[in-house]
Design a protein around this ligand. Structure first.
Ligand SMILES: Nc1nc2c(ncn2[C@@H]2O[C@H](COP(=O)(O)OP(=O)(O)OP(=O)(O)O)[C@@H](O)[C@H]2O)c(=O)[nH]1
Ligand SMILES: [Mg+2]
Length: 223
């Protein structure tokens, strides 16, 4: 079998498992989101900010993927929500089978939201469906404004983009308008949340978007 045939077979197998997961999430009314971004873009930092903003009674869990170490699970475990680390041992992405294994023994029907942090990589995770409702692309200003043009795949597939580390804008050359134009040329109209996970700036918009699909935060109009 040549390389293309092997890749097709692997992706075909992944699609089958992802479809099974998607059905399971739908049956259990779990919203699953897959965060994808370069190493160090701030995926864990965004999840830390997100978990810190959620009331503890909310039914949220996190799977976090890395090639090695449980550092991210340790960071995310401090917020009182269940967290599991997936170490891929070399693979540059999570696949659907890894998610299925990591969920073994977890009563996912008791969840409203499952957040998945993928392995730091803007390319490979894009090709692997995890049964998620949406992919979220996390980009940081230190990566340069042309990344959406250079890595269009993930920007085309993501539902929203989070542009992190805006606190650093006074210190680095980053053409914000051009960055947003690149995103728009790949995925017209995709929302872009400009945030700083260090200062907390801009996170309201992200949290409001998160709140739309499933009531994670108390409604402002609730008594
Ligand atoms: N200045 C600044 N630094 C940030 C911000 N968000 C994250 N960082 C820093 O960026 C570094 C990487 O952040 P992480 O959250 O670990 O990034 P990640 O995308 O989870 O990285 P991997 O899991 O290794 O792919 C850390 O040193 C963070 O403190 C931000 O908004 N501003
Ligand atoms: Mg991380």
């Amino acid at each position: 079998m040549n390389r293309i045939a092997i890749e097709k077979k692997v992706l075909g197998e992944n699609e089958r498992i992802a479809a099974r997961l998607r059905q399971r999430f739908a049956d259990s009314h779990v919203r699953c989101l897959n965060l994808i971004g370069s190493p160090g873009a701030g995926k864990t930092a965004l999840l830390e900010r997100t978990l810190a903003a959620l009331p503890l009674q909310r039914r949220v869990a996190v799977l976090t993927g890395d090639i090695q170490t449980d550092h991210d699970a340790v960071r995310l475990g401090r917020f009182g929500f269940p967290v599991r680390q997936i170490t891929t041992g070399g693979a540059c992405h999570l696949d659907a089978r890894m998610i299925e294994r990591a969920l073994e023994g977890w009563p996912i029907e008791e969840l409203d939201l499952l957040l998945i942090e993928n392995v730091g990589n803007l390319v490979c995770p894009t090709s692997y469906d995890l049964g998620e409702e949406a992919k979220i692309v996390v980009l940081s200003v230190t990566e340069g404004e042309d990344k959406p043009a250079k890595y269009p795949g993930i920007f085309a597939k993501a539902a929203v983009a989070v542009l992190n580390k805006i606190d650093l804008l006074p210190h680095i050359p980053f053409a914000m308008t051009r960055a947003c134009d690149y995103v728009d040329s790949v995925h017209p109209g995709m929302p872009i949340f400009k945030v700083s996970c260090t200062t907390g700036a801009g996170l309201d918009g992200w949290l409001a978007w998160l709140n739309q699909g499933v009531p994670l935060l108390p409604s402002p109009t609730a008594p």
